[in-house]
Design a protein around this ligand. Structure first.
Ligand SMILES: Cc1cc2nc3c(=O)[nH]c(=O)nc-3n(C[C@H](O)[C@H](O)[C@H](O)COP(=O)(O)O)c2cc1C
Length: 274
């Protein structure tokens, strides 16, 4: 059960916390008394911390989101539109990585930032499996190539076979077109019963890949490996993901070998105004 703590010396009874509460659990009577949890709904608090974050007076604290743990937003650190646009446009899928192991501290820093991604009902129940070492990644790539060879053999005229042939040919001459030269692979997972787990996992990976940019770390969604994981139970088992969890996408991580100098253009947005 969550508890709301109000510092009555700071609270101005302006009703902002009550208006902001997504589940309308915080009530403030018309007589302008201090806000409080609607008792019957107290257990429904999802500890999102919106009440703490929105109060201009620093008057509120809630179980699980203590005000001491919620730093102030510093206005001089808010990004401008120009900075934001360049930042988002400069994220690239990295396919050439340095021959350098990923630093664990940096990995933890990235994962710790990704946990601020939104999760449905503020569930925050993701786990992160990190597979380290080029040898281990190469084994996963090899298993993916084996799966591709089986697909090519079974359905030689399929679109998949056409897509896979050059990847398999590349592997034969020593190029890993699956996990490239990445040093680390990360796979977030969530308990199977979480209704929006797959969306939560995707958003968290997107956060992680953006957070990687200023740390000089590169990422790439590993779609080909995902295909092999879905089709090959032994491969999935070898990755030892948490029991009872669902997963959605693996992501390659490493230090980019090259620097990018331009922002490539993308297709114009198709918008349907109604
Ligand atoms: C869901 C998803 C799966 C992807 N799978 C792969 C993959 O298996 N191998 C790869 O090299 N790139 C993969 N990519 C990267 C895309 O090809 C890349 O996003 C696209 O070419 C645009 O380049 P950019 O990310 O640098 O803007 C994937 C991207 C997404 C979003």
């Amino acid at each position: 059960m969550a508890f709301l703590t109000i510092d009555q010396t700071k609270c101005k009874r302006d009703g902002i916390c009550s208006a902001e509460c997504p589940r309308r659990i915080i009530i403030q009577e018309k007589d302008k008394s201090f806000p409080q949890f609607a008792q019957a709904d107290e257990a429904n608090c999802m500890a999102c911390g919106h009440c703490v974050a929105v109060c201009p007076h620093g008057a509120l604290s809630v179980t699980g989101v203590a005000i001491e743990d919620c730093p102030k937003i510093e206005n001089d650190r808010v990004l401008s539109w120009d900075q934001t646009e360049q930042f988002l446009r400069s994220r690239r899928s990295i396919r050439c990585f340095k021959d350098k192991a990923m630093d664990r501290g940096t990995m933890e820093q990235l994962i710790n930032t990704a946990r601020y991604a939104p999760t449905a009902s503020n569930a925050q129940n993701l786990h992160w499996t990190v597979i380290e070492g080029r040898d281990n990644l190469e084994t996963l790539s090899r298993e993916t190539i084996n799966w591709m060879e089986r697909v090519i053999q079974a359905q030689p005229d399929s679109q998949a076979a056409d897509y896979f042939r050059p990847v398999v040919a590349g592997w034969a001459i020593g190029y890993d077109g699956i996990l490239r030269t990445a040093q680390t692979l990360i796979i977030p997972s969530a308990p199977k019963e979480s209704a929006n787990g797959l969306v939560d996992l995707s958003i968290a990976l997107s956060y992680l890949e953006l957070a990687a940019l200023p740390l000089g770390v590169g990422t790439c969604w590993a779609g080909l490996l995902r295909g092999a994981m879905l089709a090959t139970p032994e491969l999935l088992e070898s990755m030892d993901l948490p029991e009872g969890h669902t997963w959605f996408y693996p992501m390659m991580i490493g230090y980019p070998k090259f620097k990018y100098h331009r922002l490539p253009e993308r297709k114009a947005a198709v918008i349907h105004w109604k």
